[in-house]
Design a protein around this ligand. Structure first.
Ligand SMILES: [Zn+2]
Length: 430
């Protein structure tokens, strides 16, 4: 019995829905992970502090978060078992001059972040969330309720709206937020108790305020619908698995690493992205605090390490069967996906596949394979980046999803829970 066995698919999905509501941006997600782990006894550290050597620790760096559990004894055979995910999702980011006035309306100036399914953002109730830094260097996380919406032209005014929708990222995606002349930044600052005169910098994003819903099928729990499931499905599953692992008596010989990077949706090449130094510097500091300090000990440790890169995957859309490979039809409810790609857009190889299948077997849940239709380009994720950087066996996996990158994505509650169970099995030694 583990902590995860206390969940039904529905109760797990409800807990996940709450986590999503509290995590409208990468910054909020990272802070929520740290709060949940410190509540469970993990010690929070800062990158700038001397390495604390805590057995159970967590560190937030902007929109990224990394946590670790040390084994009872660190030996020459110790490696790391890493599960990596990402905290960010496609969205719209506010520009420095946040408000423009057009024919009496005040509009919010935004640029596109990542690759959203753009038209899904039209006619929605949008809030604004993110970080504001003052001239004093104080950092505030802010989150408003619904404040703006992107109005779409009615079909009467453009007959092409239903047959040939072509929208400009610059022209057509400006939310309106007021019927009068009013500064949206003044509003955000007032609601967060910040003096607007003191604002020096902002990283603010649009998000959908609509709460999650669970419905579908005779039992009413076939679909879990909410925003940001790419990739909070993996952040939350690895977080719950990490908590379950910390609570078991099962001895592990390896260092267990939870890491959720920022900026995957824009290519990961940032200080807090998967191509940045967070994972490497943490692994290095962990080894250097042991008797195996130094390059030789570090590289030996790395050679005995492995990584699961967890990110959302595509379930087959029954309206577009031909976009999938005819022999590989991952469906909602069929279990988490093992993702394979010959061009190495996913890092999975046969050795990684075996690790994954062993963990799924231990967890007693089924999994499915995802491989692209050869005529459809394949996405990528953090797996190939960490695999290339460290040279360790890496396996790309994820929860099957419909409507990926839409403002509201669709998964299956049993798949969500199964993902957490497999990740837990990997961490306890499968
Ligand atoms: Zn994505």
């Amino acid at each position: 019995m583990t902590y995860l066995d206390s969940f039904s698919p529905r109760s797990y999905a409800e807990a996940f829905g709450e986590f999503i509501s509290q995590s409208p941006t990468s910054y909020h997600a990272a802070e929520n992970v740290a709060r949940i782990l410190t509540d469970a006894g993990f010690v929070r550290s800062e990158q700038t502090e001397a390495w604390s050597g805590q057995r159970h620790g967590v560190m937030v760096v902007g929109g990224a978060v990394i946590a670790w559990q040390m084994p009872q004894t660190f030996t020459e055979n110790t490696g790391a078992r890493i599960i990596g995910s990402h905290t960010d999702s496609p969205s719209f980011k506010l520009k420095p001059v946040a408000t423009s006035t057009v024919t009496g309306y005040s509009q919010v100036n935004v640029e596109v972040y990542g690759g959203p399914l753009l038209n899904s953002w039209l006619n929605r109730d949008l809030g604004i969330a993110g970080q504001i830094v003052t001239t004093e260097g104080e950092r505030h996380l802010v989150k408003t309720d619904a404040v703006m919406t992107i109005p779409q032209l009615a079909p009467h005014l453009d007959r092409g709206q239903n047959d040939d929708l072509r929208l400009s990222r610059q022209q057509d995606y400006h939310p309106i937020w007021s019927c009068d002349e009013a500064s949206v930044m003044d509003y955000i600052c007032a609601s967060a108790g910040i003096d607007a005169e003191q604002v020096a910098g902002t990283d603010l994003f649009a998000y959908d305020v609509t709460p999650y819903r669970i419905y579908g099928g005779a039992a009413g729990d076939d679909f879990f619908c909410a925003g940001r499931q790419d990739n909070l499905t993996s952040v939350f599953a690895s977080l719950e698995a990490f908590l379950a692992t910390a609570q078991t008596d099962v001895e592990h010989d390896d260092v267990l690493i939870f890491v959720a990077f920022d900026h995957e949706e824009v290519g990961s090449g940032t200080p807090t992205g998967a191509s940045g130094p967070i994972l490497e510097s943490t692994l290095r500091r962990i080894v250097d605090a042991t008797e195996f300090a130094g390059d030789e000990g570090y590289w030996r440790f790395i050679a005995q390490s492995s990584c699961i890169s967890a990110d959302a995957g595509h379930a087959i859309n029954p309206n577009k069967m031909d976009k999938h490979d005819p022999a590989h039809h991952p469906i909602l409810g069929g279990g988490p996906l093992l993702k394979l790609n010959a061009q190495q857009r996913y890092a999975t190889d046969a050795i990684g596949s075996a690790t994954w299948l062993r963990a799924a077997h231990e967890a007693g849940v089924s999994t499915q394979e995802f491989v692209s239709n050869n005529d459809v380009p394949c996405g990528t994720t953090i797996g190939p980046l960490t695999a290339t950087r460290f040279g360790m066996t890496t396996v790309d996996v994820g929860v099957a999803m419909l409507s990926m990158h839409s403002i509201r994505e669709i998964t299956n509650p049993a798949d969500l829970l199964a993902m957490a169970k497999i990740l837990h099995a990997y961490w306890i030694g499968a």
